[in-house]
Design a protein around this ligand. Structure first.
Ligand code: ATP
Length: 469
């Protein structure tokens, strides 16, 4: 696809071209052969206000868009639905070259989808049909171009996790990322993939081990030959083949059927696999990253997960602490999502306090959804503490009495005498164990279950922290 115009036409303002751009439903800009912005459509000007004038006749600010425009100027080829990061949003944009005779004299850039992450979250929420699921997987694949900068957090815990992932990305070992739902496992897996593949376009294939029925998962993973089973009318490549020399993300590995775990272990050890019903051997070239929100070590102890597979997957194991254990990141994340949503509401001081007091069972995803919701429901208003108290009671299914939570939080600090400088994860973990043990009247088994660890692990932590019961 290309546009044929003259230099005079693209440099003339107020003419047909500008009118056409203004009529487009999506933001678009026109860039000249030197990469300078000639015109911003009314949709774009709305986003740029009050800085539109400063941006005209200057190079595009977003590094990604600039690179995409330069590529189109250089090659003269259109690129459609290109993933472009703009101000922290992942957009899909079209870059259409403008030709005068045989020469490229500019590029028309149009954002087709302004935020794929939000779209993916919506599809995940609403998606019921097979088509929706396919769309979700396609979006997941597109989104795999995550970068470490996408994982926001400036507290020590977040910094430590990012540092561990950066180091892990330098190796080609299997990685297991453990963390509760919505705490950013997929972002980090995608960032490791991007770093390892040096941003070259290699496949990132996500396999949701929960979503595929047990009887289909083997065929889904390794593919099948024609006639391998009833319904196999033609041969089909599986996800492992599709991944080629990219990355396979085994999402929710803790939910994988135990029989398939043995098969997977064999494939990982021998680094080769066959299609169901076939005898051709395919090499496994892809890197493996697994994620889970379960305690795999505890599952191994209960024979619900193969210990040998666990060790194989967890050559490097990375734990992402839940948001309630890194509350220092909440203000930054809140601000980020407010910018991302174009929020105009403001938060009362007690509302800000409540954000810090809440326990966030859905982690960062839940915070993001809350901000989206407030943006819609409270345009240009001040959100009070009471509004959030209501949300926290009904929002997540995990009813929380924020007043009690506030008291518990204050007592928590005073009882354990944590000094402000002593907010290391270890101190917080120790204090939390002491608190839960007290609440459970010293019952170790009950406390261990609550904490999601085995009794032995709890005993060993109590020993290490000098906690007597
Ligand atoms: N540290 C973070 N910085 C910015 N956004 C984040 C962060 N962590 C999570 N998010 C946002 O929260 C949402 C969920 O993130 P992600 O899918 O990576 O979580 P997950 O741990 O893989 O969740 P699940 O286990 O439910 O699949 C995404 O919209 C993501 O953008």
């Amino acid at each position: 696809m290309k546009l044929n115009l003259t230099r005079k036409e693209i440099h003339t303002r107020g003419g047909m071209l500008d009118h056409m751009m203004d009529a487009l439903p999506n933001p678009s800009i026109l860039v000249d052969e030197n990469g300078l912005v000639l015109y911003a459509s009314s949709q774009t000007r709305h986003l740029w206000e009050p800085n539109t004038e400063k941006r005209l006749n200057h190079p595009i600010q977003s590094e990604d868009s600039r690179a995409a425009v330069e590529e189109t100027l250089r090659t003269g080829r259109a690129s459609m639905d290109k993933l472009v990061h703009i101000k922290g949003h992942r957009t899909l944009s079209n870059m259409i070259p403008v030709f005068e005779d045989e020469e490229v004299i500019g590029v028309l850039c149009t954002i087709t989808i302004q935020d794929i992450v939000m779209l993916k979250d919506m599809v995940a929420k609403l998606g019921r049909t097979t088509k929706d699921k396919e769309m979700y997987h396609t979006l997941s694949r597109v989104l795999s171009r995550y970068r470490f900068e996408d994982f926001l957090g400036t507290g020590d815990a977040a910094k430590k996790v990012i540092q561990q992932c950066r180091l892990a990305a330098k190796s080609d070992y299997s990685i297991l990322i453990i963390g509760e739902t919505g705490c950013g496992k997929e972002i980090l897996a995608g960032a490791i993939h991007s770093e390892r593949t040096k941003y070259r376009s290699k496949p990132f294939v996500k396999i949701n081990c929960t979503a595929i029925p047990d009887n289909l998962i083997e065929a889904e993973l390794f593919g099948y030959e024609k006639g391998a089973f009833t319904g196999a009318v033609s041969a089909k490549a599986g996800k492992f083949e599709q991944a080629a020399d990219g990355t396979i993300l085994l999402d929710e590995i803790g939910d994988m059927d135990i029989a398939l775990q043995s098969k997977l272990l064999r494939v990982l050890e021998e680094r080769e696999f066959e299609r169901v019903g076939g005898d051709k051997v395919y090499p496994l070239q892809a890197d493996i990253i697994a994620t889970t929100n379960k305690n795999l070590a505890a599952m191994c102890a209960e024979n619900k997960f193969r210990m040998d597979l666990y060790y194989r997957l967890a050559m490097l194991e990375i734990h992402i602490p839940p948001l309630r254990e890194r509350k220092e990141d909440i203000p930054l994340l809140t601000e980020h999502f407010m910018k991302e949503c174009g929020s105009r509401f403001s938060l009362e001081e007690t509302a800000k306090d409540n954000l810090l007091l809440y326990s966030w069972p859905g982690n960062v995803r839940q915070l993001k959804h809350l901000i989206t919701r407030l943006t819609v429901l409270y345009p240009n208003e001040t959100v009070t503490g009471a509004v959030l108290e209501d949300y926290f009671k009904i929002g997540s299914g995990a009813a929380v009495d924020i007043k009690n939570e506030r008291e518990a939080f204050q007592n928590f600090d005073s009882q354990e005498q944590l000094k402000p400088e002593d907010y290391s994860l270890k101190s917080v973990e120790k204090a939390h164990i002491q608190k839960r043990l007290r609440a459970n009247e010293g019952n170790v088994l009950k406390t261990a279950k609550e904490l999601g660890i085995t009794r032995n692990t709890l005993y060993s932590k109590m020993r290490n922290y000098g906690i007597t019961n």
